[in-house]
Ligand binder design. Structure first.
Ligand code: CA
Ligand code: CA
Length: 189
C-alpha cells in the first residue's frame, strides 16, 4: 500500500504531502472511500491546530490591549509631548514641570511609548535618591522594568537616570546612563 499511496495522496490533497507521513496515517484504510475520509480528517486536524495557535495569539494580544486600555482609561485622557531638543535628565524634567506635566511614567503602555519615538529619550525613572532603588517621578517604586539585557548596571557607579532606546527591542529597551547625558525626552500629563 505504501508504494502507491504517495501518488494517490498528491492527487487528493497536495498540501498534505509536504508535512505529514500519510502512509503511516492511512495505512489501516481499507477502501478508497475510507482513505479519502482519513485524508480529509488529517487535513482538518492540521487546520484546527493552526487555528488554535492563531486563537491563542489573538487572545494574548486582546488581553494586552485590554490592559493598555484599562491603564490609559484609569488616568483619563493623557497627553504626551516628545521633545526635539536634547537636555540632561533633570533639565528635561524641569521643562515638563514648567508646563504642568512631568517625565513619562511607563507602565503597561511600553509598546505604545516606544512607538512614539525614533531616538533615545529620558523617561521619568531614576535611582538618584538611593542606589538600586528605582523610583518614578511620582515617587512610586518600579514594579515592572523593560530593561535591555545586563541593565541596569550602574556603570562606573554613575548611572542613575533611565533612557528608553527605541532601536532596541520593545519590552527590552531601557538602560541606566549618567543623568548629565543629554537626550530627548517625553512629558506626560
Ligand atoms: Ca544607579
Ligand atoms: Ca547602564
Amino acid at each position: 500500500i505504501c508504494s502507491y499511496l504517495p501518488t494517490f495522496i498528491v492527487e487528493m490533497s497536495p498540501s498534505l504531502s509536504k508535512n505529514i507521513n500519510f502512509c503511516g496515517i492511512v495505512y489501516y484504510a481499507k477502501t478508497e472511500v475510507d482513505l479519502s475520509f482519513y485524508i480529509y480528517r488529517v487535513d482538518l486536524i492540521a487546520e484546527i491546530s493552526q487555528l488554535e495557535t492563531r486563537v491563542k495569539d489573538l487572545t494574548d494580544e486582546k488581553d494586552q490591549l485590554q490592559r493598555d486600555f484599562d491603564s490609559l482609561n484609569k488616568k483619563g485622557p493623557v497627553c504626551f509631548f516628545v521633545s526635539s531638543e536634547l537636555k540632561s535628565w533633570s533639565d528635561s524634567r524641569q521643562y515638563c514641570r514648567d508646563r504642568g506635566a512631568d517625565l513619562v511614567i511607563v507602565n503597561t503602555e511600553e509598546k505604545f511609548i516606544s512607538s512614539l519615538v525614533k531616538e533615545s529619550v529620558w523617561i521619568g525613572l531614576s535611582d538618584t535618591e538611593k542606589e538600586g532603588n528605582m523610583k518614578w517621578v511620582d515617587n512610586s517604586p518600579l514594579k515592572q522594568g523593560f530593561w535591555e539585557s545586563n541593565e541596569p548596571n550602574d556603570a562606573g557607579g554613575n548611572e542613575d537616570c533611565i533612557e528608553l532606546n527605541p532601536a532596541k527591542s520593545v519590552l527590552n529597551n531601557w538602560n541606566d546612563i549618567p543623568c548629565s547625558a543629554t537626550r530627548k525626552w517625553i512629558c506626560e500629563n
